[in-house]
Design a protein around this ligand. Structure first.
Ligand SMILES: CC(C)(COP(=O)(O)OP(=O)(O)OC[C@H]1O[C@@H](n2cnc3c(N)ncnc32)[C@H](O)[C@@H]1OP(=O)(O)O)[C@@H](O)C(=O)NCCC(=O)NCCS
Length: 142
């Protein structure tokens, strides 16, 4: 996800990105009743969605009128598994849990230049609220 996004916009993969993501996912899954959904095929992880409940999403809540807000932190489907509905199934699961918890709005960040992200999130009811652009290196625009 980070490698793909960095090729079309913000963020960049670092040497320890893979290990850091692995640690974060393991920590999320170990928490009490995590809002983390992991899809497996034959015992192998193929997709992941991790979200913050409203109490953990307070940092972003002031940016929207509706409350309470939940935040989708991380979403990834393995390359060979994309386009088969796994991502959609995980998002629907997240929306079901959010609705059951009385969440009024779900928020996330996505790369507006990522051709996989934009149609996918629009399809699931998301639209841009804030837009951030970045040129890397900055000299690319001079
Ligand atoms: C964005 C992402 C999570 C979507 O997951 P997914 O399992 O491919 O999603 P789905 O299969 O439910 O939906 C993909 C849509 O693109 C279409 N599609 C067709 N071929 C596809 C392909 N080869 N790859 C991806 N999507 C394809 C699907 O038909 C579907 O369209 P529809 O909703 O009109 O049916 C996944 O592509 C991904 O992990 N991308 C790399 C990481 C990334 O970009 N993450 C950004 C999240 S902000």
């Amino acid at each position: 996800m980070i490698r793909g996004d960095s090729s079309v916009g913000a963020g960049s993969e670092r040497q320890d990105t893979r290990a850091a993501l692995r640690r974060e996912a393991a920590g999320l899954l170990a928490g009490p009743e995590p809002w983390t959904w992991l899809a497996e095929r034959d015992g192998e992880a193929v997709a992941l969605l991790a979200a913050q409940r409203p109490d953990a999403a307070r940092w972003i809540a002031p940016l929207v009128r509706q409350a309470p807000a939940a935040y989708l932190m991380l979403m990834f489907v393995k390359p060979g598994e994309r386009g088969a509905g796994l991502g959609g199934a995980l998002v629907r699961e997240f929306h079901r849990a959010s609705e059951a918890a009385g969440v009024a709005v779900t928020l996330l960040h996505y790369e507006q230049l990522n051709p996989l992200s934009v149609p996918f999130w629009s399809r699931h009811g998301y639209r841009p609220l804030w837009t951030t652009w970045q040129a890397t290196p900055a000299s690319a625009f001079r």
